[in-house]
Design a protein. Structure first.
Length: 468
């Protein structure tokens, strides 16, 4: 239902909020129908509480976002910014009685500049849409989260998203040059630059990347682009143990190779993909390693990596001959999370990141956790940067199953910290990992984090209840 002044809810507080919002917004941007607001209550994370929004606002301009924040400051109402809600940590979940500020209608690509190799975009632009647009100019935007066909650039910035190509090209933070941000009180601030270099003042741009909407609302982003690389070729290597596959990863990286992709699937994940898609992957494999190169001579690079895999104990090495065969090999990896979800209907997807040298220890530890809790836990990983996705499969309708799933998830995060890693490599903290953030940062670190939050949002109205 689209709100008008006449349709404002009877509740005095909400009615006043809606009335104030409509004083600077078109009626079609403001929604209070319970069925509509409920659909914006949460992202894709399990075990994360969500409140009922008082109103959902879908602005189309910077000025409209500023108006929302001025009203929210005046009335002391929490604001939860959202993109496509593909997040996996509850970072976009609504607070009770909040304004959900969905930025999906701000979806324009404002500029693509091949000389400066930048793109200027609004936060609601879909990652894949931007990628295809810059490809037409012989350029690429490398960050490629698994949800790239759905997720937005604003959401990617909010969680500092990664993806399959991070081993060579890095994460979202490395491509954000500058931002326009609406602050909690409605003021507009610009950070960063359009130039290739720049060190003027504190790096506030980097501060906003990964802040999960807790410091300000990103309304425009200047992004760095790369020349479009050659078509990559892929190699698949099968191993009789996850330890052997992880040894191959260490040999590849220590050898100075720079793959465009280096992904690992454990036996549980391989079986799940076979069960779902009947891809004919060998059921006897304990780990499948996928390596890709987008260099001028990828076949030579694959041959060198194939030798390292064999030296680490690979039972079979299969290099692709062309792009079509490469895409077929990658399809199994792309199906991993969907296949694991089909095992029991619900998944909790972790994103513990450890040093590459500890990757084998983490996977072995996850196997022990799965046995301890009698659960199916599959691991797929961006092996080249140590970012793992242990995925706990469980029946959400079974309270005992759900309890064991949550406890196993926490145990895996504890293991990641013990191995010198971090609780999140690319999904963010949100609600799901708040207590673990405190364990990772320690009391002094948390004190300084809260001080930064207070400087930007003294009333605490921006995405409250997240991170801390």
């Amino acid at each position: 239902m689209i709100m008008s002044r006449i349709q404002a809810p009877s509740d005095e507080t909400t009615g006043n909020l809606v009335d104030r919002l409509l004083s600077g917004l078109p009626p079609e941007a403001v929604h209070v129908d319970p069925d509509v607001t409920a659909s914006y209550a949460n992202d894709m994370a399990s075990f994360c509480e969500a409140g009922v929004p008082a109103v959902v606002v879908l602005p189309r301009t910077v000025e409209q976002v500023q108006h929302v924040m001025r009203v929210a400051t005046e009335l002391r109402v929490p604001v939860v910014p959202q993109g496509a809600r593909t997040g996996l940590s509850g970072g976009a979940n609504a607070s009770e009685g909040c304004v959900v500020l969905s930025l999906t209608k701000m979806d324009r690509i404002l500029e693509i500049n091949p000389v400066d190799r930048i793109a200027v975009v609004e936060p609601g632009v879909i990652n894949a849409t931007l990628s295809r647009a810059v490809n037409e100019h012989g350029l690429c935007y490398p960050p490629d989260p698994s949800s790239w066909e759905m997720c937005t650039i604003g959401g990617n910035i909010g969680t500092a998203s990664g993806g399959l190509c991070c081993v060579k090209y890095g994460v979202t933070a490395e491509y954000v040059l500058g931002l326009d941000v609406v602050l909690a009180d409605g003021r507009l601030m610009s950070t960063g630059r359009r130039t290739a270099k720049g060190v003027a003042g504190y790096d506030l741009t980097r501060l906003f990347v990964g802040s999960e909407g807790s410091l300000g609302i990103v309304v425009r982003a200047t992004l760095a682009l790369k020349p479009q690389p050659p078509q990559q070729l892929v190699l698949a290597a099968e191993f009789a143990s996850a330890a052997a596959a992880c040894d191959a990863v260490c040999r590849i990286m220590a050898g100075g190779h720079v793959p465009s992709l280096l992904e690992l699937m454990d036996r549980t994940t391989v079986k799940a993909v076979n069960d779902l898609a009947h891809m004919g992957l060998p059921e006897t494999t304990e780990a499948l390693l996928l390596a890709a190169f987008d260099t001028p001579d990828p076949a030579a690079d694959l041959a060198a990596v194939g030798e390292l895999c064999e030296a680490a104990g690979a039972t079979q090495v299969v290099p692709a001959d062309d792009a079509a065969e490469s895409e077929l090999l990658l399809q199994a990896r792309r199906l991993s999370l969907t296949a694991l979800e089909a095992v029991k209907g619900t998944t909790m997807i972790d994103d513990v990141c450890v040093p590459r040298s500890k990757l084998g220890e983490l996977i072995e530890g996850v196997e022990r956790v799965a046995q301890k809790y009698d659960l199916t836990i599959g691991v797929c990983a961006h092996a080249g940067d140590g970012n793992t996705h242990p995925t706990v499969c469980f029946d959400a309708a079974d309270p005992e199953d759900a309890r064991r799933a949550r406890e196993s998830f926490d145990e895996i995060m504890a293991l990641g910290l013990e191995l010198g890693g971090t609780i999140t490599g690319e999904h963010g903290v949100g609600i799901l990992k708040k207590e673990w953030l405190a364990r990772e940062l320690g009391p002094v670190g948390m004190e300084m984090q809260r001080a930064v939050k207070s400087a930007f949002d003294p009333l605490g109205i921006l995405n409250p209840g997240k991170l801390f």
